[in-house]
Design a protein around this ligand. Sequence first.
Ligand code: GDP
Length: 316
Amino acid sequence: MATFGNLTDRLAETFKSLRGKGKLTPADVDGTVREIRRALLDADVALEVVKEFTGKVRERALGDEVSKALNPAQQVVQIVNDELIAILGGEARRIQFAKTAPTIIMLAGLQGAGKTTLAGKLAKWLAADNHTPLLVAADLQRPNAVTQLQVVAEQAGVAVYAPEPGNTSGEDAAPSRGFFGGPKGGDPVKVAKDAVKFARDKQYDIVIVDTAGRLGVDAELMKQASDIRRAIDPDEVFFVIDAMIGQDAVATAKAFQEGVDFTAVVLTKLDGDARGGAALSVASVTGRPIIFASTGEGLGDFEPFYPDRMASRILD
Ligand code: GDP
């Protein structure tokens, strides 16, 4: 992954200049903090997050926690590393499964963030772990969305519950090729609710609900997502966000947290040349952990998000 490349280089330079010094002076710390600040801003981390982060690093670096085992440069690296891990969620976050199946996972985010692709990735990953996921097409906004989810489900080899485009009878369609059609028509809340009932009846143990996104945050989108959330009471709501979104990350994340609320974040397109500032910004302003990283268009380009690994990459 090519994230944080610039940040990594900058921090490396910073720490190089500290190396060999016997003692850390306030001037050293300030110089270092200035570099960290610049590097984070370059990496598109939001200003408010940068300020908070560097404030903590400075305070700790000048504080009385002196370590005999580390030289001052190592100590600052350690502090930056600890703080990065803390912001990124501490321990790797795992899916919180329901005590009684099915576990319901809802996906929310802007259009193009990578929700539908993620639904397939997640389903494939869970199926490989002996789960029986059911994908649900509750994005009835985008003309193509239902078909796209069906394609993704077929690639992942999992079932999908979707309003069948050819079915105008008002009756549920018969299952075919693992596709289960509800009646065609407009109510995503009903589709989501019916799908959960269907999953329960047919003993799918995980339900992954794809919801509609817009190009920008809007009230109608939020209301719909929040209505779906209320109707199906999911165990997890994953906010899916494109790592390339840069400085818009904070406003978008805050809007989704207020409008729908979410339990964890999935960062997509980490294979691109995004600096990765979105990861820090979103985790920091929402207090929600990042749970998965999406790293390409293929269904296999997906992995759990490990805060410590991301932090070491930053400091590499
Ligand atoms: P949705 O509107 O949120 O459902 O987004 P889609 O799942 O349709 O994804 C939008 C576009 O981004 C598609 O062309 C995907 O192939 C692409 N995409 C999704 N995830 C990734 C990723 O991790 N890396 C890259 N490079 N492309 C991705």
